[in-house]
Design a protein around this ligand. Structure first.
Ligand code: 6PG
Length: 247
């Protein structure tokens, strides 16, 4: 089951997403002493990261107990303008007192297969997973929606969509003529909370197809995201939601 929350505009979307982060962080830290969140890339989350990096929200979060991961990464160095790590570093992480050891980036500068194995090892170590059949359970995973229906770096008709047990995949994306590193659908679906952030009229047609169209996950990989036990929230703005029947 999923919930759709329609926000008036991108500003409200960012504010609700940031509040969501702070509330879930407080709950997880109170309950088990730490909060594990996977951030998304692209442009939509930027304003949310900025809001989280400044008072009042920045003061509400116990950053020493927050562990930051990524849902996906481009195969570029961390200083590259396209790096999802760099985006979060510049808009949030370098502005808050989060210990460097709590930032678990995907090493996009490595060879794709090596980067995927390295990140899987990071997850195994951090989550204390022994066997392959165990899956890391993030407290919160933010996702975006591409106009082509992709999420994280699970792009239409790519090999990573077939992954049914691994947590991390190196995924060659023909249309980008490049590799990406991504959490797989099983890893995302193990999360306690998955939240999409979707804004702009450019996403309206795709959002309608994903939420209200027939199930075609190879064409619309975002349809693979159905948390087993967790909660799925779509935070969308009016423009992106403009074609939805059910609102
Ligand atoms: C990435 C993201 C990707 C993104 C969507 C939406 O690495 O680009 O993880 O999945 O969330 O492409 O991007 P926008 O927010 O820029 O529309």
């Amino acid at each position: 089951m999923h919930r759709v929350m329609v926000c008036a505009d991108q500003e409200e979307l960012a504010a609700r997403g940031a509040e969501h982060f702070a509330a879930l962080a407080a709950k997880a830290i109170e309950g088990k002493g730490l909060f594990r969140v996977a951030l998304s890339g692209g442009g939509t989350p930027k304003l949310m990261y900025c809001l989280l990096s400044a008072p009042p929200l920045a003061k509400r979060v116990d950053w020493a107990s927050v562990h930051v991961f990524w849902g996906d990464e481009r195969c570029v160095p961390p200083t590259h303008p396209e790096s999802n790590y760099r985006l979060a570093q510049e808009t949030l992480l370098e502005r808050v007192p989060i210990p460097q050891d709590n930032v678990h980036r995907i090493r996009g500068e490595l060879d794709p297969q090596a980067a995927a194995s390295d990140y899987a090892q990071t997850l195994r170590k951090h989550f204390g997973l022994r066997e392959a059949q165990e899956t890391p359970q993030f407290d919160l995973i933010f996702l975006g929606l591409g106009a082509d229906g992709h999420t994280a770096s699970l792009f239409p008709n790519t090999d990573a969509l077939k992954e049914t047990s691994g947590w991390v995949a190196a995924n060659y994306v023909e249309k980008l003529k490049n590799w990406r590193i991504t959490l797989t659908a099983p890893a995302i679906n193990a999360a306690a909370q998955v939240t999409f952030l979707v804004a702009g009229e450019g996403k309206a047609k795709t959002l309608k197809a994903v939420l209200e169209g027939s199930r075609q996950p190879r064409l619309y990989p975002s349809q693979l995201i159905e948390p087993a036990q967790g909660d799925l929230l779509w935070l969308v703005d009016e423009k992106a939601a403009s074609l939805l029947e059910s609102r």
